[in-house]
Ligand binder design. Structure first.
Ligand code: CO
Length: 382
């Protein structure tokens, strides 16, 4: 009887507490990935980051290339930890409109032409968003034996439903220079742990950043922590360069989309990450190799905290860590990732558990980076 009464009281208290536990991460990921923001046109994403950082940082600054930098600052004497994720996504820009009203484009970032065929896009014009569909030749018009298409960007065009250049310009407001991004809606894939969306690269990094800022509200970190939402990564790590000069980092941590290799047709020699197996730590990419002591610290912390960690080596990949690493006289840096399938296409897939694991790992890293620890890493002391 006593047991039953206790059980009842426990049940009531749980019922009262439940609504406070609502999971806001899917909504944040949805808002961030749905936002339109090819390189150089990060405005809609910047708005989200200014709002979120405004509520969580001690102060927020915007640098001359449009990066948003929020800081949780403990002291002028403490070292600066810089955590960077980029706001831009791969996309295109209107190059010209043909006489017939079709839109030809300049690509922004690394996208395979094949990934852009027969897809849906949004063009941001002076009159708002316009939908464009990339057309492709009908099979009926291609002779047998010539159907193994290998498109190039200059062969691809967007059909915006205009009847002429004049119609596209005057009715729809399309002009050369207007930014184009995939028109993809975030969704939870069949109710499981997997999420589908465009622009995981690198909106997932921004989401991880925001979740870690929330954790830091409960307990102040031992060093100053700068969160930089950077611009123009996909066209040459440009925003990370200028924001590094704003922050003057002692340690650089890049948050990125990793490259998953867990689907048919891709090998472990091409990429090494898999969905659901935890965050990735890059050992090599075209832009940098991580600092050895920082790498050791992250690996040991993951082990201590029971967080699974994967490694990746990608010769065809660059990231913001490289600019933090090369700023001033050099900064120990590392690149941490959430694995993504089908990176740089209209539909990427991630595993929610990898996001949560990276939030846990990054929080542990931030608390581990005391001024003494930062100094030891900077002096290359093991
Ligand atoms: Co990226």
């Amino acid at each position: 009887m006593r047991y039953a009464t206790h059980f009842f009281a426990l049940l009531i208290s749980h019922l009262i507490m439940l609504p406070a536990q609502a999971d806001s991460t899917p909504d944040l990921l949805k808002e961030l990935t749905n936002a339109h923001g090819p390189s150089g046109f990060e405005g809609p994403v910047r708005k989200i980051m200014e709002r979120e950082m405004g509520a969580l940082a001690d102060s927020v600054e915007i640098d001359g290339l449009g990066s948003v930098v929020g800081v949780i600052k403990v002291s002028d004497k403490a070292p600066n930890i810089m955590i960077a994720a980029h706001m831009d996504e791969v996309g295109m820009m209107v190059k010209r409109i043909t006489d017939e009203g079709y839109v030809k484009y300049q690509v922004l970032g690394g996208i395979l032409p094949a990934a852009l065929i027969n897809q849906r896009f949004r063009i941001l014009t002076s009159k708002g968003y316009v939908i464009g569909i990339s057309g492709m030749k009908s099979i009926h018009a291609i002779p047998q034996g010539e159907r193994d298409l290998k498109p190039e960007h200059n062969d691809i065009f967007l059909d915006v439903g205009a009847s002429s250049r004049k119609d596209a310009q005057e009715r729809l407001g399309i002009q050369p220079g207007d930014p184009i991004a995939p028109d993809t809606e975030f969704e939870v894939l069949n109710g499981g742990n997997r999420y589908v969306g465009k622009a995981w690269d690198d909106r997932l990094g921004l989401a991880v950043m925001i979740e870690v800022m929330k954790r830091l509200q409960n307990k102040r970190p031992p060093s100053n922590v700068y969160f930089a939402a950077t611009t123009q990564e996909e066209i040459g790590l440009r925003g990370a360069r200028t924001s590094s000069y704003l922050v003057k980092p002692d340690i650089g941590i890049s948050l990125e989309a990793g490259v998953a290799a867990d689907y048919p047709g891709i090998s472990q020699d091409e990429a090494q990450e898999a969905l659901g197996k935890g965050p990735g730590l890059f050992l090599f990419d075209a832009s940098m190799i991580p600092n050895n002591n920082l790498k050791k610290m992250v690996t040991a912390l993951a082990q201590k905290e029971n967080i699974p960690l994967q490694f990746n080596l990608q010769p065809g990949y660059g990231e913001d860590g490289a600019e933090m690493q090369k700023a001033f006289s050099g900064t120990p840096a590392v690149n941490l990732t959430v694995p993504v399938r089908y990176l740089h296409t209209h539909y990427g897939i991630i595993d929610r558990r990898d996001i949560d694991a990276l939030v846990n790992l990054l929080s542990a890293i931030v608390y581990e980076l005391t001024p003494a620890r930062v100094e030891a890493i900077k002096q290359f002391r093991d």
